[in-house]
Design a protein around this ligand. Structure first.
Ligand code: ADP
Ligand code: MG
Length: 139
């Protein structure tokens, strides 16, 4: 059964992310789906902080830079595939080194580009429930 939680603030979502990080063991793909503004980047702050790879405030949206890398062992890749339409675009991300060592890859809009990777996946869906309420579902 999918596990779900409802949060009522960005802080609640990052806090949930910090707890969720305990289940995130490299190598793994963390696939985040949800409309714009549902909290994918906000959740990532919590996950990255929970993994001890960076401080929450240092985790920012990779919307324009496309990919951020935090920490060392394991490296935590955070990418936004919103603008990715094909393999050529994907190659421009510079993530090709990712699979050379067990890493954590947190991907926003992962459904835009089906990443074929031999790593386990954790899929998390975020939904607007009106106001500051969000439903987070582990699929
Ligand atoms: N319950 C909540 N969970 C996550 N973000 C929330 C919540 N309530 C309000 N927000 C706000 O919604 C916005 C979510 O933005 P962001 O995390 O960048 O979304 P996305 O990456 O999905 O586009 C932030 O401004 C955040 O402060
Ligand atoms: Mg985002």
């Amino acid at each position: 059964m999918p596990e779900e939680v409802i949060t009522h603030s960005a802080e609640e979502t990052t806090n949930w992310g910090r707890q969720f990080a305990k289940r995130v063991k490299a190598p793994v793909l963390v696939l985040l789906t949800g409309d714009l503004g549902t909290g994918k980047t906000t959740l990532t702050k919590g996950i990255v902080a929970g993994l001890g790879a960076a401080r929450e405030d240092d985790v920012t949206s990779p919307t324009f830079t496309l990919v951020h890398i935090y920490g060392k062992k394991p490296k935590v890749y955070h990418a936004d595939l919103y603008r990715i339409e094909n393999f050529h675009d994907f190659e421009t991300l510079g993530m090709e080194d990712m699979f050379t060592s067990p890493s954590v890859a947190i991907l926003e809009w992962s459904e835009r580009f089906p990443l074929r990777a031999p790593w386990p996946q954790l899929r998390v869906r975020l939904e607007h429930l009106g106001g500051d309420a969000r439903r987070i579902t582990v699929l």
